[in-house]
Design a protein around this ligand. Structure first.
Ligand code: 4NP
Length: 182
């Protein structure tokens, strides 16, 4: 779904990408072992299905440094695998240079967003931050991607449901705005 009612700041960020050959997206959560590597896997799968790999760079990172080098949490990998996704990202911490490298920096919740705003090296860099919830379909009851780390299976399934919705909307909205195609 192309989001026409995406908030004005997000609309301006996406409009600023017009004319680019490639869009680079970095998903960010706290640990980089549950939500953001799953978001990376979900968006990359959508990109691959659309044969659009030459137009996208998709990566993820964490604001924390607890799990650097690790594969995603085994529970996240198991739930993703049931949906046909193999998550192979190795955890890394977000850094100031990511604000140069990426066009869109997408936090999963407001705490991740706050930490990214603190890290942003300039006002221009800060404009690259756009909450994942900006891409939720309006019908959802959530306005962030809840941390599943201390939750059970339902928490992981909820994360994947929210990410499926948001990544499809992100893909469609960016594709339509930047390249005028689907
Ligand atoms: P994530 O989940 O931010 O979605 O990767 C978490 C993973 C690990 C921790 C917290 C959240 N932790 O405290 O180790």
């Amino acid at each position: 779904m192309v989001l026409h009612d995406v908030n004005p700041k997000v609309g301006r960020l996406i409009d600023s990408l017009k004319g680019k050959d490639m869009v680079k997206v970095l998903f960010v959560c706290l640990g980089n072992i549950c939500r953001s590597p799953a978001a990376e896997g979900v968006l990359q799968a959508i990109v691959n299905e659309h044969h659009a790999a030459e137009r996208w760079v998709v990566d993820s990172a964490g604001t924390g440094n607890y799990h650097i080098g690790s594969l995603p949490d085994p529970r996240m990998r198991a739930h993703a695998r049931r949906r046909g996704l193999e998550l192979t990202h190795h955890c890394r911490q977000v850094s100031v240079s990511d604000f140069d490298e990426f066009d869109m920096i997408v936090p999963m919740d407001s705490s991740n967003e706050y930490n990214l705003r603190e890290l942003a090296p300039s006002v221009e860099a800060e404009k690259k931050i756009v909450a994942m919830s900006a891409f939720f379909s309006l019908a959802t009851r959530y306005d962030y991607v809840p941390d599943p780390y201390y939750e059970g299976a339902e928490g992981f399934e909820l994360v994947l449901d929210l990410l499926d919705d948001a990544c499809l909307n992100l893909y469609d909205t960016v594709t339509a705005a930047v390249w005028g195609t689907k």
